[in-house]
Design a protein around this ligand. Structure first.
Ligand SMILES: NC(=O)c1ccc[n+]([C@@H]2O[C@H](COP(=O)([O-])OP(=O)(O)OC[C@H]3O[C@@H](n4cnc5c(N)ncnc54)[C@H](OP(=O)(O)O)[C@@H]3O)[C@@H](O)[C@H]2O)c1
Length: 309
């Protein structure tokens, strides 16, 4: 039996994952086996690690090399550099990935930048699509300093939006300001009314953001980073933005390959720039997950498997 290193959940807040020597995955007919060179964690995955389901294998965003092509003949051949979005199991030396959730990487897109793309990038792309035409629209984005936030900002500005981004501090909003966003540090400081609000923090932020939507405008609700549920008062809206639409958004829905290819193309053309705060060896994954959870990462963190293990 061929074995490999894999990060598995511990259930401990201070050290959420640890290495284990396990069997290499055996791909299904529609899956390619990828030698993982880099992977990137997401905030949602840090939540799941708090009470991991038995047998849960974290890891949805990877980039690396095809070492075994899919048995059904689909997808890229052996030796192709790819980025992928498997359902799970990506924080490992090897991962089996459905070929329709892979995109081929050109030489100009390095593995670390590619690994930063999948979940956050696909979410941003689908979120902007859901929001509709943003040309000339006034947009408010909360939780903007994270992985999704940087991609949404660049995509929405490119689509012609006038975007206000909420970040905890000026440093966390620096890159967003460079991209052309108007950065504020509290939802209350955002100057509405907005045609579209993209809200991902929940708690008190959502009702406050909602109060800044223009009558008939839209709030797309795509996260709850504060972990605090939202309370809404019907009557408060009567004195403010009447007849707004609140739209719940979840990015999920395979296949992901075509959206991944779009993201890779945008990076290749210099039209999308993954904001990567940290690139380090995967021996540092546990500390990095804690830093991501505690809002100490701006944009993405990427872990490389080629180092010490
Ligand atoms: N609906 C979907 O399909 C989907 C898909 C992917 C992600 N999400 C959600 O979208 C959000 C962004 O994801 P991500 O991967 O970009 O996460 P991330 O990189 O951790 O970014 C989240 C941002 O939210 C802000 N934040 C964190 N804790 C907060 C708190 N207690 N109160 C207010 N703001 C807080 C932080 O910015 P500051 O520290 O600057 O305030 C952080 O940069 C998360 O809520 C995630 O769960 C949803």
């Amino acid at each position: 039996m061929l074995t490999m290193q894999r990060l598995i959940p511990t259930g401990e807040a201070a050290r959420p994952v640890t290495f284990a020597e396990v069997a290499q995955p055996v791909p299904e007919p529609g899956e390619a086996l990828i030698k993982v060179e880099a992977f990137a964690p997401n905030r949602g995955e840090t939540f799941l690690l708090e009470r991991p389901r038995p047998g849960a294998l974290p890891g949805k965003d990877i980039a690396g090399l095809v070492v075994q092509a899919a048995a059904d003949g689909s997808g890229p051949g052996i030796g192709t550099r790819v980025v992928g979005h498997p359902a799970q199991g990506g924080w490992a030396a090897y991962a089996a990935v459905p070929t329709d959730s892979l995109a081929v990487l050109p030489d100009s897109v390095d593995t670390a930048r590619a690994a930063a793309l999948p979940l956050a990038g696909i979410t941003a792309l689908r979120l902007v699509r859901t929001a509709g035409s943003l040309a000339g629209r006034r947009v408010l984005l909360t939780g903007a300093s994270g992985g999704v936030g940087h991609y949404v900002t660049e995509l929405a500005l490119a689509a012609g939006a006038e975007l206000t981004a909420v970040t905890a501090t000026p440093v966390r909003g620096e890159r967003l300001a460079e991209l052309g966003a108007h950065v504020v540090h509290e939802v209350g400081a955002a100057q509405g009314p907005f045609d579209v609000v993209l809200e991902s923090t929940g708690g008190e932020a959502l009702p406050l953001a909602l109060s800044k939507v223009r009558p008939g405008g839209t709030l797309v609700w795509f996260g709850q980073a504060s972990r605090t549920p939202v309370t809404l008062d019907f009557f408060q809206l009567l004195g403010g933005p009447e007849c707004v639409t609140i739209q719940h958004f979840h990015y999920a829905g395979a296949p992901y390959g075509s959206d991944l290819s779009t993201l890779v193309r945008l990076v290749e053309q210099g039209r999308l720039h993954p904001e990567i705060d940290r690139i380090t060896d995967w021996a540092q994954t546990a500390d990095t997950l804690v830093d991501l959870r505690e809002r100490r990462i701006r944009g993405k963190a990427v872990l490389l498997t080629g180092g010490t293990r």
